[in-house]
Design a protein around this ligand. Structure first.
Ligand SMILES: *[C@@H]1O[C@H](CO)[C@@H](O)[C@H](O)[C@H]1NC(C)=O
Ligand SMILES: *[C@@H]1O[C@H](CO)[C@@H](O)[C@H](O)[C@H]1NC(C)=O
Ligand SMILES: *[C@@H]1O[C@H](CO)[C@@H](O)[C@H](O)[C@H]1NC(C)=O
Ligand SMILES: *[C@@H]1O[C@H](CO)[C@@H](O)[C@H](O)[C@H]1NC(C)=O
Ligand SMILES: CC(=O)N[C@H]1CO[C@H](CO)[C@@H](O)[C@@H]1O
Length: 360
């Protein structure tokens, strides 16, 4: 039985909507219908709509409180993407879930554990009003990156895990479009929390278990960035292995690497460039010095959007009976990434005291 493609709206019209959502969605425009783009201000909504009309000629422009309510009340719109300032995303997502929409919210899932807890309990009570709960997904894309999926196949071959290193030297300087983003400058945890969830998602996916406790030192060196801009953490995994997580928000020599050392081998993922494409180099170093290495271009954002649209279509087909959405984009996965960073930041604020990571 053929079904109509789901109709969706984007709430937000900022840099990420213009440079990622619109172009990536245009690549999969056969899977859904973009019905509207909303922003708080008319000007910003119009700017994004103008870009989107090239690919989605019928897209409506909505703004302000009135435009928001029109989207919430439009039953033909089954899902929304929430791509707003970190401080307002949870509240906006909950309002749309309450209106019965499926939601794909940008990371971070929330700003703190207390907001995560409030969000999850509000979600549970909203769900009680519907025959099947609306889907609440968080877009972090790393759980869809082909490089990390490949690692899931390779990790067993390293044998017993002995040590993990995650080294992130970012390049968040004034050339970066997000550098001046005002909400990020007024966000607890600064860029460490906003960007760090990706690297923690990568870590958790690579090792295949949770981070139990952390100890960290933080500092604020680059005063052009919100604090903290440096974190050095030691962490303990559920499987008994320990590791280090180092993140510098702005470095002159960017480098992003995950490395897991086992009794029988080492697995490494490194951000890089290959034939003009950005992505990750995955290397496996085995017994007797043999090694193999492959490059995986980025495709996580597109693959994640596809998974969400597929979830929405499947849930619609089920018409009210229970549908299990892709767990990789579940709100709770995003919550777990925030909880690890929050524990590190808390430890940093307490000069390295051991902090247990909240379980979600
Ligand atoms: C590790 O290597 C040893 C010796 O080659 C082998 O017996 C063992 O099965 C390997 N373990 C794993 C988990 O591959
Ligand atoms: C910012 O970092 C990028 C990447 O390292 C570099 O190419 C660029 O020159 C830097 N810009 C400034 C203003 O330092
Ligand atoms: C910063 O955030 C706080 C609370 O999250 C808010 O009250 C304040 O108005 C914000 N300041 C700016 C300049 O956005
Ligand atoms: C979907 O379910 C509702 C009530 O739960 C019912 O009224 C409607 O006919 C169903 N639609 C389809 C296409 O099965
Ligand atoms: C106080 C502190 O540890 N600052 C460090 C922040 O990160 C940069 C880059 O690694 C170091 O040079 C600083 O010493």
């Amino acid at each position: 039985m053929a079904t109509n493609p789901p109709q969706i709206a984007i709430l937000g019209a900022g840099i990420f909507v213009r440079t990622q959502y619109i172009p990536r969605l245009s690549e999969i425009s056969d899977l859904f219908l973009l019905k509207a783009i909303w922003s708080r201000s008319e000007e910003s909504a119009r700017g994004a709509v103008e870009l989107a009309r090239k690919f989605f000629p019928g897209v409506d422009c909505k703004w302000g409180a009135e435009g928001f309510d029109e989207i919430a009340q439009d039953d033909s719109i089954t899902a929304v993407a929430v791509v707003l300032a970190g401080q307002t995303q949870v509240d906006t997502s909950l309002r749309m879930l309450k209106a019965g929409k499926h939601v794909l919210q940008e990371k971070p899932a929330a700003a703190s554990s207390s907001e995560l807890e409030t969000a999850l309990s509000a979600y549970n009570s909203i769900s009680a009003n519907f025959p099947s709960r609306p889907i609440w997904s968080v877009a972090e894309n790393y759980r869809f990156e082909p490089a990390f999926l490949e690692c899931k196949n390779l990790i067993a071959d390293i044998g017993n895990m002995m040590s993990v290193q995650v080294i992130v030297e970012g390049s968040m300087n004034s050339s970066n479009p997000y550098f001046s983003s005002s909400w990020r400058r007024n966000f607890t945890g600064g860029f460490i929390l906003d960007m760090g969830v990706h690297f923690i998602a990568g870590l958790r996916m690579l090792v295949g278990c949770e981070v139990v406790s952390v100890s960290a030192m933080t500092s604020h060196v680059d005063l052009t960035l919100p604090p903290p801009d440096n974190i050095s953490s030691v962490f303990q995994l559920e499987n008994g292995c320990s590791g280090v997580f180092v993140m510098v928000v702005s470095s002159k020599s960017p480098k992003i690497i995950w490395r897991v050392v086992g009794l029988n081998g080492t697995l490494q993922v490194e951000r890089g460039n290959h034939e003009g494409r950005h992505g990750y180099q995955v290397s496996f170093y085995g017994i007797d010095g043999q090694s193999k290495s492959s490059f995986f271009p980025f495709s996580g954002v597109t693959d994640e959007l596809k998974a969400f649209i597929n979830d929405v279509s499947q849930a619609t087909l089920k018409n009210g009976s229970h549908y299990e959405a892709d767990s990789r984009i579940s709100f709770v996965e995003g919550a777990r990434d925030v909880a690890v960073l929050e524990a590190m930041l808390e430890s940093g604020a307490r000069q390295g005291s051991l902090v247990q990571v909240k379980k979600f």
